[in-house]
Write a protein that binds this ligand. Sequence first.
Ligand SMILES: [Mn+2]
Length: 366
Amino acid sequence: MSNKENLLNDYLCPPGFGVFTVNTAKERKDKLTQSLYQSTETSEIEKKWRKSLESLSQKDGCAILGVASDCGGGIQRGANWGPLFLRNTLLEDHQEVYKACFDLGDIRVIPHLLHDKYLNDETIKSAQNALYKGKELSVSPLSIAKASVDEVFKFNQNLKLFSIGGDHSVSFPLVKAWITNRRSLGKKVGLIHFDAHTDLLRERLGIDYCFGSWLTHVLDDLESPSHCYQFGIRSTGKTKEHWEKEFGINQYWAKDVKEIGAKELALKSIKELQEQGIEEIYISFDIDALDESVASATGTPEPEGLMPHECAIMIKEFTNAFSLTGADMVEIAPLVGLSEQGSKTTLEVGAAMSALMIEAMTNANN
Ligand SMILES: [Mn+2]
């Protein structure tokens, strides 16, 4: 397949360009592109980034994808800045880890759209004109994300994707595409989900693909819902027993992690997954799994959460036991923090957790 047919040229834009803006956050964009492409000129950046896409099929290890969409969020938005800001923090604090990855760029985002199934023909046509000079391709962030990841795997089925959100709805297409790809390779897969919330609504105000319901709609794609483990839950109106019985998943609240111990709980979960024959995992990490004292810059910060060292222990145990072939970090909303320090801490902690997952995907031999 030649690169001319590679639809990523249409679906994506350079790293940090996912938020459609001219001047806002320009200094951050410049810093990132200076480091990646030694330029701050859009045409030069575009040229070098497009050239880099040509080598997609030869890449191995971990690739990064930004999904700067927060249209699936519902309370306080601002996670659209996650991909740009988190990359900058990765560059500052974990440069070697970040530079060992291939940065695919960002999904093109029309911020008013969520998924193509919610649109009428007229809107789709108009958006196709705006994005693709009329080419009949997906136009909403979740639909473009699905199409993009499918396209990545068409060129390189073994690439491991680390995606940066965006609100948690972006994990719906990302996890779905990952499951299809890995299962087509004959792999038995499990899903590890860090979050303060269950994300197990069937719909919210009539919308079925959103930050509170994405997980419900990927569970069917797993061989069994018992291959999904949740950690850090604490903000829900229903009991753990309710969720486990209703959906067949394994749920551990933040207090359970503290009671059982991060390492002990990880080892117990690993053993159960191994007994079911699981070989590979995806980790979906909502920053609000962490306590609000270290993760305040997010749409719904929650007290009494997990601490970074607890999550680090769990990530390390899981990635030692299983091959991590996909992961995401979502819901970091850098401009939403109550203070500048809060935003900085959230980004630093988010970058530290991300670096652990990226390293596991970069260093793995399989
Ligand atoms: Mn979530």
